[in-house]
Design a protein around this ligand. Structure first.
Ligand SMILES: NC(=O)c1ccc[n+]([C@@H]2O[C@H](COP(=O)([O-])OP(=O)(O)OC[C@H]3O[C@@H](n4cnc5c(N)ncnc54)[C@H](OP(=O)(O)O)[C@@H]3O)[C@@H](O)[C@H]2O)c1
Length: 283
């Protein structure tokens, strides 16, 4: 039995939902962890998943969901509560003797990373490591979907971000590729490195806007925060993104050691990365 969290999918990338599909296609038994018993949960039952409803921050719901589980996928959206959810999940997985937890992290999860969320991801990784549950941390670049949300907020008329000139580079990946690598690691019984970088493409923000068929507009950082609150309605997400875009704006068209395309998508996910053009064509 493989436990998959974030199974209903959400606005950030729906990686959990895509992992469920990939595992069911391979004939695996999947327990889908959802927050609400809504139409998405009903759809998961229809396609053959066992559905459990709960709150990842609440050990009383995570513990029973872990019963009989050997492998698990953990994702928690960019909002408050990551460390509570991590602690509950790691404790329950340890108690159950889970052999592998594949968890979604971010490209630069480190104690000195430039956004509070990225530093929390590093803490989360540490907790999973201490739990001895065979954790693999998927350190992913910016999801294409993240930029599609910003474009959609303008009615797809412009891509307005505080990224400086249009030559500013962004490490990008399709959420579908993160899900494919996650599913690949859940299915593979061989050993795995604890850190798996997942980056599909380097592109400038100008290239992203061009692929979306809309102009890029550089928003002054002080204006961005107010706009972002309208989009996300969540100060936690706004704080993270404001710092994140600030890092890319600062690096501009320069180089960073984490910039590049990783082999993990082809080697573990089983196909070349989804390109920006392919993603844009499918929007
Ligand atoms: N977006 C990016 O550019 C990017 C880049 C790198 C890494 N990441 C990482 O990707 C992860 C998010 O991706 P995703 O595709 O999983 O996000 P997502 O598509 O937004 O899905 C999040 C899922 O988690 C569920 N959920 C939220 N709070 C919950 C709770 N307390 N208990 C149980 N379930 C809960 C949501 O359910 P409801 O819909 O019912 O609320 C939803 O199904 C984050 O860790 C983020 O740091 C994102």
């Amino acid at each position: 039995m493989i436990l998959v969290t974030g199974a209903a999918g959400g606005p950030q990338g729906a990686t959990g939902r895509q992992v469920v599909d990939l595992l069911l296609e391979r004939g695996e038994r999947v327990r889908a962890f959802v927050r609400s018993d809504d139409h998405r949960a009903e759809e998961l039952r229809k396609i053959g998943a066992e559905v459990v409803v709960g709150d990842l921050r609440e050990i009383t719901t995570v513990r029973p969901a872990m019963r009989g589980v050997r492998r698990a996928y953990f994702t928690y959206p960019v909002t408050a509560g990551l460390l509570d959810a991590t602690a509950a999940f790691a404790a329950a997985a340890r108690e159950e003797g889970v052999e592998r937890v594949v968890e979604v992290s971010q490209l630069d999860a480190s104690p000195m990373a430039g956004t509070p969320r990225m530093r929390r991801h590093w803490l989360s990784e540490q907790v999973f490591d201490w739990a001895g549950v065979g954790a693999v941390h998927l350190r992913a670049g910016v999801f294409f979907e993240n930029l599609a949300v910003v474009a959609a907020a303008s009615g797809n008329r412009e891509l307005a971000l505080p990224l400086g000139g249009k030559d500013t580079l962004i490490p990008l990946v399709a959420a579908a590729d993160v899900a494919r690598v996650g599913a690949g690691l859940l299915l593979d019984s061989g050993p795995a490195d604890p850190v798996c970088l997942v980056n599909g493409q380097m592109a400038t923000i100008g290239e992203v806007a061009e692929a979306f068929g809309i102009p890029y507009v550089d928003v002054p950082p002080e204006e961005w925060e107010a706009r972002a609150m309208d989009i996300y309605q969540d100060p936690y997400a706004v704080e993270h993104l404001t710092h994140l875009w600030g890092i890319f704006r600062f690096i501009g068209s320069g180089h960073h050691p984490l910039y590049g395309v990783t082999e993990s998508i082809k080697d573990i996910g089983g196909r070349p990365p989804v390109t920006l053009r392919e993603f844009a064509a499918g929007r």
